[in-house]
Design a binder for this molecule. Structure first.
Ligand SMILES: O=C(O)CCC(=O)C(=O)O
Length: 286
């Protein structure tokens, strides 16, 4: 029996590649995470520019969020009991922000061994049609890995501007509208994207990319992840340290090793969508 989703939602994930909405956090919990995030943003205006790869290594609120038991209950219903948090990110559209996301499949550049990979998109503000909520093409995950091309548009929130190179049936797109605290889950092969924010309010979603513990990195380097539920008998990923404070020096050291690896191997660290990260100097921490 599922822990959080209904049987129908589990079936929907299998057949359509997404579930939405899921009441994972209360409005108050979402507001608390948003306040913690904004507090950090106020103290460090370059916060996101300085934590492009796996920001959960550096920010306590995000590390706490990806461990939320209600989110993990929903993820367990589609991935099984042994779950690693592999990457996190934020998709932020300020009021009247022209930013958009081209149609793409997440797994295209990630190098993971199989598609037991799900994204929890956590709404910290309302996300709706007017402010550019995520849109998905139901069932498109069954098409397997499709070719993508890189595009360049400064308003594209994807760092490579990846755009799926097949015809997308836009008339079939479903808007994933959420209130703060609700989440959607989407399969790594599901075609999705989003339009600009036409409203007066911010639209902010946090992404957590969860993988089943048996998944591995195929690109020939030791990738890292955090065990957030169950057991990891496979040890396919280097265990990530849990930060004890924001920009914890131990976590910064670990973070810098990942960034250095991504520079050595150029495409090695394909976590989230943002892979052009800078090394952090401990002296310039918050
Ligand atoms: O938040 C958005 O607009 C797009 C999110 C996305 O592309 C993703 O979660 O992979």
């Amino acid at each position: 029996m599922p822990k959080m989703l209904s049987e129908a939602q589990v079936e929907q994930y299998r057949s359509e590649g997404f579930v939405c909405p899921v009441d994972a956090l209360s409005i108050e919990e979402a507001a608390e995470f948003l306040a913690r995030m904004e507090d950090l943003e106020n103290r460090e205006p370059d916060l996101w520019a300085r934590s492009k790869i796996k920001p959960h290594l550096l920010m306590m609120w995000l590390n706490d969020l990806m461990r939320s038991s209600s989110i993990l209950d929903a993820v367990e219903d589609v991935l099984g009991p042994d779950i690693m948090a592999w990457a996190t990110g934020h998709f932020d559209k300020k009021p009247h922000d022209p930013s958009f996301v081209t149609w793409h499949q997440d797994g295209t550049y990630w190098g993971l061994s199989e598609p037991s990979v799900v994204t929890a998109w956590v709404a910290l503000t309302p996300s709706n049609r007017r402010n550019g909520c995520m849109r998905v093409i139901p069932g498109s995950h069954h098409r397997g890995q499709l070719p993508h091309r890189d595009t360049s548009d400064r308003n594209n929130l994807l760092s490579r501007g990846q755009d799926v190179e097949v015809n997308v049936e836009e008339d079939q797109a479903v808007d994933l509208e959420l209130r703060p605290g609700q989440i959607s889950l989407h399969h790594t092969m599901l075609i999705h994207g989003s339009k600009p924010n036409l409203s007066d309010t911010r639209r902010l979603g946090i992404t957590v990319r969860y993988v089943a513990a048996h998944v591995s990195q195929t690109r020939g380097f030791r990738d890292s992840a955090t065990l957030v539920r169950g057991i990891d008998k496979y040890r396919n990923f280097v265990a990530e340290p849990r930060p004890r404070c924001d920009f914890d020096p131990n976590a910064v050291e670990f973070y810098n090793e990942i960034v250095a690896e991504s520079r050595r191997r150029k495409d090695a660290i394909a976590v989230g969508h943002q892979n052009k990260a800078e090394l952090l100097k401990p002296t310039t921490m918050l």
